[in-house]
Design a protein around this ligand. Sequence first.
Ligand SMILES: [Zn+2]
Ligand SMILES: [Zn+2]
Length: 112
Amino acid sequence: MAYVDKTLTCRDCGRSFVFSAGEQEFFANHGLVHEPVRCPDCRAARKAQRPATGEVGPTGQRTTPRQYFEAVCSACGQVARLPFEPRLDRPVYCSDCFSRQPRASTSHSPQY
Ligand SMILES: [Zn+2]
Ligand SMILES: [Zn+2]
């Protein structure tokens, strides 16, 4: 299977860039089926910014240490460790009680 250099258009800046045969082979070897949508410049610029939010899985090496907040569970009274800051105007549940709650529209962890 021979790869040929391709010219793609960057989604961010609109400039065309070369998706070289070597890169295509690299992508194929790593099981990546999607062609890059951004030129190397924009990719580097995005990497330099804050880590991508929800676009790609957190495979980066820099993982922020998980911070926990302690609060008293509104249901069972135990100390619950929360991965988010508890809000005073909302009841707080430990993970056990939270999983027992009916799936209400929670404001955190939006899923699209
Ligand atoms: Zn670009
Ligand atoms: Zn509880």
